[in-house]
Design a protein around this ligand. Structure first.
Ligand code: HEM
Length: 161
């Protein structure tokens, strides 16, 4: 068996076990970013960076296909794209809450769980990487917290301070 045949076999077996296919990934990615764009914590951070939403959504479908189905469709450097964003652990919590909510709405339970577990692991590694970039070494379970004036806060949060 060649490497690409092995990969195809692996993808086929994950699809069979989880029920995930490219169409489900597309529905999940589109529904999730629909919520992200309306979210007061996350929406403005994305609007600032993403000029071409069709392209972003295509990349995110390829990314999730690679992560969830091991299809190898995505090639990129996600860490590099996040290091300088004005966010901290509060934004990651929000991102994960929206992702979990959407996965549970769009996917059957086994598939939702498959996506959520991977999202949690990647979110944790992005947060750790971002902390390192800010000069903070997080211990296990510790969260990245940055000064309020270095991150994007929703209007309601800013009024509290
Ligand atoms: C606080 C949470 C997050 C925020 C605010 C955020 C924001 C963004 C933004 C603004 C971009 C576009 C960057 C650009 O085009 O310059 C982006 C790209 C991306 N994000 Fe996130 N992100 C977050 C969490 C995550 C998580 C948890 C994952 C994975 C599970 C993820 C995966 C990606 C990927 C794969 C890209 C595309 C990189 C590329 O263009 O190749 N992000 N993100």
């Amino acid at each position: 068996m060649t490497a690409s045949e092995r990969r195809a076999a692996m993808t086929a077996s994950i699809m069979e076990e989880t029920g995930i296919d490219e169409e489900m990934i597309e529905r999940l990615v589109h529904a999730f970013y629909g919520k992200v764009r309306k979210d007061p914590w996350l929406g403005p951070v994305f609007e600032e960076k993403v000029a071409d939403w069709d392209l972003h959504l295509q990349r995110m479908c390829a990314f999730w296909s690679s992560v969830a189905l091991m299809s190898g469709r995505y090639r990129g450097q996600p860490m590099e794209k996040h290091l300088r964003l004005p966010v901290d652990g509060r934004h990651f919590d929000r991102w994960l809450a929206l992702f979990r909510e959407t996965a549970e709405e769009v996917c059957p339970p086994t598939a939702a769980q498959h996506f959520i577990e991977r999202a949690q692991q990647i979110a944790e590694s992005l947060e750790l990487g971002m902390a390192g970039y800010q000069g903070q070494l997080l211990t296990k379970g510790e969260r990245l917290r940055r000064p309020d004036d270095e991150v994007h806060l929703p209007q309601a949060e800013m009024n509290k301070t």
